[in-house]
Design a protein around this ligand. Structure first.
Ligand code: GH3
Ligand code: MG
Ligand code: MG
Ligand code: MG
Length: 311
């Protein structure tokens, strides 16, 4: 297609080619009551290797989105029976933010205010039908590029680069408003024992491998239901929403034993590692002060000989 048209800038072609492979994983939902329109958009999208799914009105589009939440782009017509383009967007935005699902509106209606209304209602972009093929492609690619950019910014801010655990920033954003009356809420503050020794004996790189493996273990044990974050260096925190100190203590102590008994395979061979942990439950206080108390218990755990949980 690119060669046939033969009038793209070199940069655009490079960008396009680098996207094509990724596009094969990108699902695009096309909602339009006109079969001709739908097939036409499908052909354009398939030229760029997207996976295309069709819906013949807004109601069907909503069902498809519910079943396939991994759809990244919705291209929707305005005039459709049952649920029209505007209503569809409003309903979709109740569940999917602009960062998670991009929407491009289409219409052959002559109403000039349509594009602004589409965008105000939550569309990322709008195209008037009939459109030039190249403009369609450009807008689709730009929209997906912004989605990628936002995701990568989100990852940078919220995921620790070394361990892929959540960051301290994410932890506070998510839990800063926890209140005692809403829910029981406990925190476990974890600090690896004698970690400096790992670095000093085996090198920083092996230390990194231990951190990565430890974060993986935490994620495996608690990540599905609770927030696991790297708090700093070799310190981690888990937020146990819904669990009191006793239950949290029991869970953490079981995990502690498992960790202590399972060697970590590193590039210089197997290494054993233990951690100490302080557990505290939220009272009528801020998240900072419950963490402070957990830190005091952690300090006690260290003082009492390490490799233990104190609550
Ligand atoms: P303690 O049992 O008292 O906690 O002893 P410790 O040696 O673990 O205590 P300390 O907090 O003094 O040491 C933490 C070390 O973790 C110091 C620092 O060099 C190391 N560290 C912090 N971040 C990283 C990292 O990203 N990679 C590696 N390899 N080491 C790190
Ligand atoms: Mg229509
Ligand atoms: Mg430390
Ligand atoms: Mg330590």
């Amino acid at each position: 297609y690119v060669l046939k048209e033969n009038r793209y800038s070199y940069q655009y072609v490079v960008k396009l080619i680098s996207r094509l492979k990724r596009n094969q994983q990108v699902k695009v939902l096309v909602a339009d009551d006109s079969v001709v329109s739908r097939k036409f958009v499908r052909v354009l999208l398939e030229q760029h290797l997207f996976k295309v799914i069709e819906a013949n009105d807004g109601a069907q589009a909503l069902t498809v989105l519910k079943d396939q939440p991994d759809i990244q782009l919705l291209i929707t017509d305005y005039n459709m029976p049952n649920v029209d383009g505007f209503e569809l967007i409003l309903r979709v935005r109740e569940q999917f933010s602009r960062e998670n699902l991009a929407i491009i509106g289409l219409s052959n209606d002559n109403d000039e205010s349509l594009s602004a209304r589409f965008i105000k209602n939550g569309a990322n972009d709008f195209l008037q039908k009939p459109f030039v093929h190249e403009e369609f492609h450009c807008r689709v690619l730009n929209t997906l590029d912004s989605l990628d950019m936002i995701r990568s910014l989100w990852e940078t801010a919220n995921r620790d680069y070394l361990t892929q655990a959540f960051t301290r920033r994410y932890f506070f954003k998510k839990h800063q408003n926890e209140q005692q009356d809403n829910n029981v809420f406990s925190v476990a503050l974890i600090d690896i024992d004698f970690f400096k020794k790992v670095n000093d004996t085996h090198g920083h790189d092996v230390g990194d491998q231990v951190l990565i493996e430890f974060a993986k273990r935490l994620e495996m044990a608690f990540g599905q239901h609770f927030t696991v974050a790297r708090f700093g260096g070799e310190e981690f925190v888990v937020a146990f929403k819904g669990l009191d100190a006793e239950k949290t203590h029991t869970l953490m102590d079981k995990f502690r034993q498992q960790c202590a008994n399972k060697v970590i395979d590193t590039s210089i061979g197997p290494i054993t590692m233990t951690f100490s942990c302080g557990v505290a439950t939220l009272r009528s206080e801020t998240i900072d002060s419950v963490l402070h108390r957990a830190d005091e218990y952690l300090y006690l755990a260290k003082g009492a000989g390490r490799n233990r949980v104190v609550s």
